[in-house]
Design a protein around this ligand. Structure first.
Ligand SMILES: *Cc1c(COP(=O)(O)O)cnc(C)c1O
Length: 533
């Protein structure tokens, strides 16, 4: 080839490791991180969607690694990485640096988890990571198994799919062929359940929503009557998805009661029990606390918070009764995206997803005990999850996680207490454990707690209710407009926190204590900013 020299240059630039060039760029990235740490949340560079589509040109001539750096640099610098203690807005925390170490290792070898051949030793790491997480959540389990997926949505989808195969055997091959399937979730469940009902062919209209009580947990009496009604109408519930840790209020479904109802009602109608899947994308972190000795209280958790931790320990017992669980390590494991795991309590449940090897001619060497491509939704699958999980769990350690989660509980508790002392504010999830606080702020002079009680008793006119809800939103927007991004925390607002008394969706202010750096001073300043409104 005439261009042999140019080809050699290309190979040298892009397919040969030059440690000096790479470390130079890596350290430039690190200095950007350092510079960006002075940015405040919300203080990032203004966006430019206007012309994002206008100039998609790519270089015609080949360049070098610095061209690669320059291509992404404008989108890399000038944005914060959620390390500020003022980030309280949602289910998004900073990724920890142990996870970065793990994830970088993964990127450098770029394994593909589809089969052992393409993952080299990374499938082993996945088995380890899945088993470590399974031991945490199920506590005593014989044969757990699972896989990392692209996110909580997909992990929930696996749970739903196994349920379909259980009640409609052979659906993978035959389709659901006219079987009227349904799924059941609570009104506080994540919208990803709508996604999976739609994508799995059940239809979002057949995802039945059971209301929650004021504790944001599914009303299990209604679950029972709902399931009974479905069977009577000739509809087959394929899955019931409970939530441990709803996204806004950290509601926790009573998994023991759900298990009992599911078994009894399905048996009474002569059908196989639907899959009992738990969406614990956020709430799985409670299982870190299972073994924390509250009597010894080695971390000196504040005495008032000890009962909250006890509640968390009790809630985590629900996992043991689940068929399968969704865990988002990229949420409160402080791991990198995507680190979501789908885990079954009993390995044989994955049989429902197994493909015949003849369907995978290029994986003819596959062995189902280690080659996940035989049952996964994905073909190529990234290994970032296992690397992030094992690096984080072993860097931070069980006790480290216990301390971090206990701290989040202390902060949430402190915030709830401070808000409760304001007459014009009411906390909507006072009794829930977890890192989330949702509340109302009304104009001074209003008795927020009394208004909330009246709403619960259906004693508010629609006109009053609308006015109060507008006030809650207006005050949130006012704080947002007034806040000093150098000192005031970023909060978020939900228009529907999941509990809907009389069918009325409740809005709320929201803060999530995901960030280990957030301290009492941040909370004090939030309360001050509310008092100043
Ligand atoms: C975030 C979340 C999901 C969706 O998870 P992704 O990883 O964002 O796809 C599902 N369920 C709950 C309860 C969540 O909080």
């Amino acid at each position: 080839m005439r261009k042999q020299e140019e080809l050699n240059l290309l190979i040298d630039q892009f397919f040969t490791c030059h440690p000096e060039t790479l470390t130079e760029i890596f350290s430039e990235y690190l200095s950007v991180i350092e510079a960006d740490s002075s940015l405040q949340p919300g203080g990032l560079m203004s966006r430019n969607y206007e012309t994002a589509q206008n100039n998609p040109e790519i270089h015609a001539l080949s360049g070098n690694l610095k061209d690669a750096r320059d291509a992404v640099f404008p989108f890399f610098w000038g944005t914060d990485e959620w390390f500020s203690k003022l980030h309280l807005e949602n289910v998004k925390g900073p990724a920890n640096y142990a996870s970065l170490i793990g994830s970088l290792a993964c990127l450098m070898k770029n394994p593909n988890l589809c089969t052992d051949v393409y993952s080299q030793r990374s499938n082993e790491l996945e088995v380890k990571a899945i088993t470590a997480l399974a031991n945490l959540i199920f506590y005593h389990t014989e044969s757990p198994w699972g896989v990392f997926t692209m996110g909580g949505t997909i992990s929930n989808l696996y749970g739903g799919k196994i349920g379909i195969e259980k009640v409609c055997p052979g659906a993978m091959e035959k389709g659901i062929a006219g079987t009227r399937l349904a799924g059941v979730v609570s009104s506080a469940a994540h919208y990803s359940n709508q996604t999976l009902a739609g994508w799995l062919g059940i239809g979002t209209n057949n995802l039945v929503t059971v209301p929650t009580g004021p504790d944001f947990a599914m009303d299990t009496e209604v679950l029972e009557s709902t399931m009974d009604a479905l069977y009577r109408e000739g509809r087959l519930p394929a899955f019931v998805i409970g939530t441990i840790g709803t996204t806004d209020a950290f509601g926790i479904d009573d998994i023991a009661a759900m298990r009992e109802i599911i078994e009894r009602v399905s048996a009474a109608h002569g059908h196989p029990a639907p899959q009992l899947h738990i969406d614990a994308a956020v709430g799985w972190i409670l299982s870190f606390l299972t073994e924390y000795d509250l009597a010894a209280n080695d971390f000196g958790v504040e005495s008032e918070v000890v009962p909250v931790i006890a509640k968390a320990q009790k809630a985590a017992e629900g996992f043991r009764l689940a068929d399968s669980v969704t865990i988002d390590f990229h949420k409160m494991g402080w791991g990198h995206y995507p680190s979501s795991a789908f885990i079954v309590n009993r390995r044989e449940d994955l049989q429902h997803l197994m493909r015949n090897k003849s369907a995978l001619p290029y994986f003819c060497e596959a062995e189902h005990r280690r080659d996940t491509a035989l049952f996964t939704l994905e073909c190529s699958r990234p290994a970032l999850g296992p690397y992030s999980v094992m690096a984080s769990l072993n860097g931070i350690g069980l006790q480290g996680y216990q301390m971090l989660i206990a701290h989040a509980h202390e902060m949430a508790f402190y915030m709830k207490n401070r808000l409760a002392s304001l007459d014009y504010s009411v906390v909507l999830n006072p009794e829930n454990c977890g890192p989330s606080v949702i509340w109302w702020v009304l104009p001074k002079g209003r008795d927020a707690k009394a208004i909330y009680q009246r709403l619960l008793k259906d004693d508010l006119s629609e006109k009053d209710r609308r006015r109060y809800f507008l006030e809650i939103r207006h005050l949130f927007d006012k704080r947002q407009a007034l806040l000093d991004i150098r000192h005031d925390a970023q909060l978020s607002f939900t228009t529907d926190c999941g509990f809907a008394p009389g069918g009325v969706h409740l809005p709320a202010w929201k803060a999530v204590f995901f960030n280990p750096k957030t301290d009492r001073a941040v909370v004090d300043r939030i309360v001050q900013s509310i008092e100043n409104l």
